[in-house]
Design a protein around this ligand. Structure first.
Ligand code: N01
Length: 539
């Protein structure tokens, strides 16, 4: 089926839903939205593994664009579980009648720019071809799973479940011997819940992670009322805070504080739970290795207190990267899980998983683990995975995959030179992973839709970044990141979790407010760094 429209929106997660609402309901444009899943939710549609929940407080991890929406929705817990977040996104879809804009079960498989017509032709796996003047991708940053590094998965006799695509009907694990591979944020949330349900759990851990307490609890009605009373001010404070959450300001330096003061601050935030441990304690933790060592050692001490077998505790203590330089997972009873008789921790760094066999997992030294069920929590092809699988071909027949072969390039994380009128919401080079996602997404959707509005008002046919602006943005990304400890760690922030993927700075490492200020300056300066071509036709 062929259709011509003003804008194609990709995805029905936080990004796609807000983009569709803005373009269609506020700007009056004709929009076709495509979503691979059968319904709305994006990440929160797919990631329904046991224990899945957000780890930024729900009153902050939600849309801010409509005061009525934020007044009428009330979260039941401090950090909502996946079903409640999905219910929220369903509520948003219903409230703004967004479903009628979607083609569900429709994955974008090609996107080709036509220099003669100045339009994209978007192809899908259902055989649709949609021509559009603009495309907004909300395909997500951690949405495409990483391919397994070991062979034989297809030979395994039992079921293999992946955290990123957990079955809708929760599998019965009672009495089963389950193996979990991966101890990132997903594994760390799922492992305690799986341990409660199965007969025996084997956890295959390659790199121990620093994980700190989440401390979820029912939402406090007084706190909720206080936030709702001043929601716009709370949101403004969030947008001016490093992670997009208004945590208390940190003291400047862990090294200048006395050991007692350090301990007091770490204890306070450890007991409080959440990202305050990294952001509300000391301002130099992510910049100075000696400062970072103080929180790293504090965390290791706390792990040792909670794990009864000292040898297991040591296996769980990270020693190869700085605290917070891999995405900090938040945990609930994670470390205590290893005190159970029916849970075994198997280190696989020096003795890696070589093969999955019909009956379980075999390591390089030949040791085998017999399993009935295998769970993969092995992560994502982050930042670029969704976009590089869309078959994007820009000006002159050049593919995005070729342009990004040595690592992604973009301007503001929003657009890439050679790919006009294609907006990548929280794309590589944007403030994302370190910025509360719903707010980062709102900012970016507003930037993209504002750009579209600007083009229409001014009769511009195409818009794309200038090469020089893009190169300068790359320098800024590198300079910011290299002032911190992040590049010293192999993580998905750097593309380093995928063998062969170029290791580059994938995101804006800085405060949300600084990124917002950079974008505002660009806009106020007449979209500095973007090139426009004038229109013969208008939308
Ligand atoms: O993925 P990860 P994730 N053999 O890449 C291991 C978001 N999220 O799905 O570190 C053995 O962090 C790998 O080991 P190593 C959040 O942004 C949010 O857990 O590469 N192990 C690692 O332990 C998060 O950061 C929430 O050595 C192998 C694990 O698999 C992002 O999603 C919850 C292996 C992958 O960890 C991704 O988290 C969950 C192999 N061959 C996720 N290959 C919230 O709370 C990989 N591993 C909101």
């Amino acid at each position: 089926m062929h259709q011509d429209t003003d804008v194609v929106v990709i995805g029905a997660g936080f990004s796609g839903l807000y983009a569709l609402h803005t373009l269609r309901d506020r700007m009056g444009l004709d929009v076709v939205a495509c979503e691979a899943a059968p319904d709305v939710g994006g990440t929160w549609y797919w990631n329904r593994y046991p224990g899945a929940r957000c780890d930024i407080e729900s009153i902050h991890y939600s849309y801010s664009f409509d005061e009525q929406l934020q007044q009428e929705w009330t979260w039941s817990e401090r950090y909502a579980a996946q079903p409640e977040i999905l219910a929220y996104l369903n509520h948003v879809a219903d409230r703004y009648d967004l479903r009628r804009g979607y083609r569900f079960g429709t994955r974008v498989t090609s996107m080709v720019w036509d220099d003669d017509t100045d339009r994209w032709t978007v192809g899908t796996d259902t055989g649709d071809a949609i021509t559009a003047r603009f495309v907004i991708s909300g395909g997500g940053n951690v949405s495409i799973p990483k391919q397994p590094e070991f062979s034989g998965l297809e030979t395994f006799a039992g079921p293999v479940y992946a955290t990123h695509a957990w079955p809708h009907e929760d599998p019965d694990l009672a009495g089963k011997r389950v193996g979990v591979i991966g101890t990132g944020a997903s594994g760390i949330q799922a492992i305690p819940k799986i341990a409660e349900r199965c007969g025996h759990l084997t956890v295959f851990q390659r790199t121990p992670n620093f994980a700190t307490p989440l401390r979820n609890r029912p939402a406090d009605p007084d706190e909720v009322a206080a936030v709702k009373k001043d929601y716009p001010e709370v949101r403004a404070a969030s947008r001016n805070s490093f992670l997009g959450v208004p945590y208390p300001a940190p003291a400047p330096s862990a090294l200048e504080a006395s050991p007692e003061e350090r301990r007091r601050r770490y204890d306070e935030q450890w007991d409080n739970g959440g990202f305050g441990i990294m952001l509300a304690t000391f301002g130099d933790l992510l910049f100075d290795k000696d400062a970072n060592d103080t929180i790293a050692e504090y965390t290791r001490e706390r792990i040792r207190e909670r794990v009864t077998d000292p040898a297991v505790a040591e296996l769980l203590c990270p020693d190869d990267h700085a605290f917070g330089t891999k995405r900090l997972p938040m945990e609930t009873e994670y470390y205590e899980t290893y005190n159970r008789d029916d849970v075994e921790l198997v280190p696989v760094k020096r003795n890696p998983i070589e093969e999955v066999t019909a009956t379980g997992v075999r390591l390089a030294d030949g040791t085998s683990y017999e399993l009935d069920v295998l769970v993969l929590a092995t992560g994502f092809d982050a930042f670029t995975g969704a976009l590089t699988r869309m078959g994007i071909v820009g000006r002159g027949g050049v593919s995005l995959n070729d342009v990004w072969a040595a690592g992604p390039v973009s301007y503001l994380g929003l657009m890439t030179h050679g790919f006009p009128n294609l907006f990548t919401i929280t794309g590589p080079g944007a403030a994302v992973a370190l910025y509360n996602n719903p707010l980062a997404i709102e900012d970016h959707v507003e930037l993209a839709t504002r750009a579209i509005g600007y083009m229409i008002e001014n009769g511009h046919r195409t818009m794309e970044p200038e090469d020089a602006a893009q190169a300068a943005w790359r320098e800024e990304l590198n300079a910011r990141a290299h002032a911190t400890l992040f590049p010293q760690t192999d993580s998905w922030y750097m593309g380093a979790n995928i063998p062969g993927k170029p290791k580059v700075v994938m995101m804006y490492v800085g405060a949300a407010a600084e990124y917002r200020a950079s974008c505002a300056e660009v806009v106020d300066d007449g979209w500095r760094g973007f090139a426009f071509e004038h229109a013969k036709a208008s939308v």
